[in-house]
Write a protein that binds this ligand. Structure first.
Ligand code: GDP
Ligand code: MG
Length: 369
């Protein structure tokens, strides 16, 4: 059995991919970044970094099993998009521009609070959900936990700079996860801008953009002046069309925790992103070792909402704890069942925590929901 890729293992151990590849080489294993490793190799290399490895079966993880959807129940859903790139290359400017120019009519007030994810209706009427977690650390942390939230990544690179190491790392993670990328060459309004150099940097990484005969969509933009942003979003939507994203809104909700915190007035507050089904006020939600009945939900405009469908985010009140970003959530039928699973998970965590501090837990990812 093969478990995780080199890049995923590096993330789990918090070492650089290069360091890991180097150590693999030193024990006689030539591995590329996207290569999956078997248990023996993982044991050896983890040991080099001072980790003990533990393999946990899907059953022990107390996963919540789910029925498959019938093809006929599936309807199109919005794509979930993340903007990734080096600091100062324009992620925030791009997101701000999209948010400020595409709020649908009647939705006065705009987005009033930062909730880590929000859904925008484009001028052409199509919805896109943006994940806006700080940096790409959150993304990699989620990946390491086996959660894949993003459908499409916009990789932004400033045209007066070059493809930086953090950008390369983000690209590697997308490749490892099979997440399609659309490149945005930003700051083309700047006098020193040299978009061709960026295309060349990418070509040197084996990423040939469409205008150079390759397969990667790429758009020159100025996030600051709004140049090319509509075209960029057209390309993102084209990528989404090819993915044929669908979900079943008529079932119990499941999805991912984006972030959570303890609020003095409101108790535990979690931002969730529904991936399938519809989440309703009154539902019993289980995420990690936390659970509770949904007391109230809010959208990114701080309006109360009663239900949230696929690919839509919401702020949820009512959980009895703060789940970790990247935890899956499920709607459970009864209080009792939710409490039982949460307790078992807690017990498991305690036992594992006692064994060793520096420990990797590798589950059978294909069975983890
Ligand atoms: P982030 O760190 O990736 O979120 O980058 P920001 O969006 O905060 O942008 C960093 C700096 O670059 C800010 O001073 C922006 O005003 C500037 N900036 C972003 N996009 C553009 C652009 O298209 N043109 C120019 N001239 N400046 C930009
Ligand atoms: Mg920023």
């Amino acid at each position: 059995t093969e478990f995780v890729t080199v890049s995923e293992l590096a993330t789990m151990m918090d070492v650089s991919v290069n360091q890991l590849i180097g150590t693999l080489m030193s024990i006689g294993v030539m591995a590329s970044i996207n290569q999956r490793l078997d248990a023996e190799t993982i044991n050896l290399v983890a040991d080099e970094f001072g980790f003990q490895t533990e393999y946990v079966s899907a059953e022990v993880q107390e996963a919540v099993s789910e029925e498959e959807d019938d093809e006929s129940d599936l309807v199109p859903r919005a794509p979930i998009v993340t903007v990734m790139g080096h600091v100062d290359h324009g992620k925030t400017s791009l997101l701000d521009h999209i948010r400020n120019t595409n709020v649908i009519a009647g939705e006065a007030g705009g987005i009033t609070q930062h909730i880590g994810a929000y859904s925008v209706t484009m001028k052409n009427g199509r919805k896109v959900t943006f994940l806006d977690t700080p940096g790409h650390e959150a993304f990699t942390a989620m990946r390491a936990r086996g959660a894949q939230v993003t459908d499409i990544a916009i990789i932004i690179v400033a045209a007066d700079d070059s493809v930086m190491p953090t950008t390369k790392e983000a690209i590697a993670h997308c490749q490892a996860a099979g997440v399609p990328m659309v490149f945005a060459i930003n700051k083309i309004d700047k006098p020193g801008a040299n978009p061709d150099r960026i295309r060349e940097d990418l070509a040197n990484m084996n990423l040939l953009v469409e205008e150079w005969g390759g397969k990667y969509q790429c758009q020159e933009i100025s996030a600051k002046k709004g140049i090319g942003v509509d075209d960029l979003m057209e390309k993102v939507l084209l990528e989404a069309d090819m993915l044929d994203l669908k979900a079943n809104p008529n079932r119990k909700a499941s999805g991912t925790i984006i972030e959570s915190s303890l609020d003095k007035g409101r108790g535990y507050v979690s931002t969730v992103l529904v991936s399938n089904g519809t989440l309703k006020v009154g539902d019993i939600v289980l995420a990690g070792t936390s659970w509770g009945r949904v007391k109230a939900m809010f959208n990114e405009r701080n309006q109360r909402i009663d239900n949230v469908g696929p690919a839509e985010p919401a702020i949820v009140l009512g959980l009895n704890g703060a789940p970790t970003a990247g935890d899956a959530f499920h709607v459970i039928d009864t209080d009792q069942e939710a409490r039982e699973i949460a307790n078992k998970r807690e017990q498991l965590q305690r036992e594992q925590g006692l064994r060793t501090q520096k420990r990797l837990t590798l589950g059978d990812i294909s069975h983890r929901i």
